[in-house]
Design a protein around this ligand. Structure first.
Ligand code: CTP
Length: 361
């Protein structure tokens, strides 16, 4: 039996990037041998095992063929006769189809290193078309490796996948996983640009309004280093709440993402004139957004304001943060010491907070 490192680990180490996860392929072994060696079988769909010590994934070399619609429509073949070249051939991109043996030798039958050097995303074989998730994966790689470009034949295949209705059959959690990862990559806007380029954006997000402006806003938010859930809200800024809800329900987006998208919508009219607020109005607003009890969420709300370039969002957010910090310094303690009770304490805190905010304004 031979063991090879494959996929993202080889790609990223050849690119001089940090390797996050090792995937291994085993040629010439049976599942029984793997179990005898102490590997734990996982996943009912693939012959994948976990290493007894490192817990890393080891997959038996396999070939696969698509026979039905959707993710479950694959037929696999594993066996001691499946070669490394055959296993690499069913993979998505040439840059992901490079293997490395124990001695560090590179096995690269589909010229992945050449494509790494020329910065090209190119499919390995016609089998690319059999897995619709690859459209979304390639878009994510575009966000991860922004200096890479798509080979025209691969683009053509991605467009064919989009036209085939297969994207609709993908499991929502697999789609969301890719989106969330893309929002954490170097240039997240490229993910959406690539989806648009291969006609998949309108399939995945038919509700998204003002697509071009939305992607630009996301790009601007990303350039400010804002967190992924705020980038998501930036993308949905031009889409109304009803349609955001449809997207959330379909993709089952985590709460922290959809909460911020709605918050952004609710807050927008208030942000528009916030600089005209007097101290009392500022305090009212801080209470309304629950800033004193939920400071972490409030800081995210400030980030949401920042991506509104056309209304000087950064300046407004800085000002609001200053206002919040000054008001937040006022606590109940001194008033309790003075002997105030119940509602009186609340009133005294409000008064002191208004005074503190007035000093800043
Ligand atoms: N792969 C594939 N088609 C898919 C998913 C995975 O061909 N739909 C292959 C690719 O060879 C890929 C490898 O399986 O490199 C491992 O997949 P995964 O861990 O999902 O991605 P990585 O390429 O390792 O990328 P990342 O570093 O972003 O995790």
């Amino acid at each position: 039996m031979q063991i090879y490192l494959v996929g993202g680990a080889v790609r990223d180490s050849l690119l001089g990037r940090e390797v996050k996860e090792n995937d291994w392929v085993i040629v010439g072994a049976t599942p029984e041998q793997m179990i005898e060696l102490g590997f734990k079988p996982v996943g009912k769909d693939f012959p994948v095992f976990l290493h007894p010590k490192t817990n890393e994934e080891y997959a038996l070399a396999r070939t696969e063929r698509k026979q039905g619609r959707g993710y479950k429509g694959f037929v696999f073949h594993t066996g001691i006769d499946v070669t490394l070249e055959e296993d690499l051939k069913r993979r998505d991109l040439t840059i992901n189809a490079i293997a490395q043996d124990d001695d560090g030798n590179i096995i690269d039958p589909y010229n992945g290193q050449k494509d790494l050097k020329n910065k090209i995303f190119r499919h390995v074989s016609k089998a690319f078309i059999e897995d619709p998730l690859r459209v979304i994966r390639v878009a994510r790689f575009a966000a991860k490796l922004p200096e890479f470009n798509l080979h025209p034949d691969t683009l053509h295949m991605m467009q064919e996948i989009s036209a085939s209705n297969e994207i609709e059959a993908l499991e929502p959690q697999r789609v969301w996983k890719e989106i969330a990862r893309a929002l954490n990559e170097e240039v997240p806007s490229r993910f959406f640009e690539y989806l648009e380029l291969c006609d998949a954006l309108k399939i995945l997000f038919p509700e998204l309004e003002e697509v071009e402006i939305a992607i630009k806003r996301l790009a601007y938010a990303a350039s400010l280093g804002l967190r992924p859930e705020v980038l998501w809200a930036a993308l949905l800024y031009h889409t109304d709440s009803y349609h955001i809800k449809l997207i959330d329900q379909r993709l089952n987006t985590p709460k922290k993402y959809h909460e911020i998208a709605y918050l952004s919508h609710e807050s927008c009219p208030i942000w528009a004139n916030i600089e005209n607020n007097n101290a009392e109005e500022y305090l009212q607003w801080l209470k309304m957004v629950d800033a004193f009890r939920r400071p972490e969420r409030f800081k995210i709300l400030l980030e949401v304001c920042k991506y509104c370039e056309e209304c000087n969002g950064i300046l407004k957010a800085e000002k609001c943060d200053e206002v919040y910090e000054s008001a937040n310094q006022i606590t109940a303690e001194p008033f309790v010491k003075q002997g105030l009770k119940g509602l009186e304490i609340g009133k005294a805190i409000d008064k002191a907070r208004i005074e503190a905010i007035s000093k800043i304004l």
